[in-house]
Design a protein around this ligand. Sequence first.
Ligand SMILES: [Zn+2]
Length: 333
Amino acid sequence: MTLATPAGAEQLLESIEASKRIRRRNFLIMFGLTWAVIVIGLSVFLQVTVGLNLPFLNEWAPFMLGFVGFPGGVILTLFISVVSIFFAVILAVFGALGRLSSNPFLNGIASLYVSVVRGTPLIVQIFFIYLGLPAAGIVIPEIPTGILALSFNYGAYLTEVFRAGIQAVPYGQTEAARSLGCGDAGLEAAETVIRAGMLKLGCGVLGELLSADRGHRGPAVPCGNGHEALFVSYRDKVIDTVLGPVTLNRAWYHCPACKHGFAPRDAELGVAGTSLSPGLTAMNDKAAAAGPFAGAASMLEDLAGVRLTVKRTERAAEASGAAYAAQVRGRSA
Ligand SMILES: [Zn+2]
């Protein structure tokens, strides 16, 4: 298989970057179009069904924007939102710490807070503070009521967000900490984690390298039996490599005379008729030669970090065994 020669590597990396840029740009374009279509569609729908009341807007827009009767609706809303979020974040930090605490008292308070606030509608909470508390002699003015209610409400939701974040992130970090020698199983954890990471990284690089050439060899190629096979489309094929599974998207040709389809790229890479890469095939053969197929599969997983089913180990070893036997026969004949 012909991959990057050192001289061509620079160019290859550039074309990888270029294809990434194009993908990013296409994503942004489609994303923007999706928004535009939905927003325009909704506007048209509202205009047709309800209609915009322009005199009403003319009359009230200055009040909303704060030109008349400062600060106006928009600015007041933004102010209340920002102040509420500020307090909500503070509440949520304590809430999340409480939810993660091993102290039953603190954990209980935090959990009750989250359950009650998330289990009741915001409007009920606002009514409770503004209309309910005065019955107990606690009277809070409108704006502070809004800030208080929103802070409590956002705080409960953010508590759960923070808790999930705290629980999710340090998981990898505890692994990393253990791998740096903190803990008993330090070195083994380090080796395994780093290898898994390197394999993943290598697998991505290999995928990018393979996608640089999608194996289009013109509209027609020789089929091998004296006809012309025609280009059909690009098709995916997953191949297992020593770095893990890689999806190969390559040009597919079909010969109408032979009624036979093939991808020239597969033959070039040595994966025609198999889903194991040449490197993995060689590894698999060695493992299969050492003992039973079930042992070979687990050996590959333990030693090479590659997961294959016993069935596939067996089939691949048999396929290359057959090829080897044929070779020997050919030589002796
Ligand atoms: Zn043919």
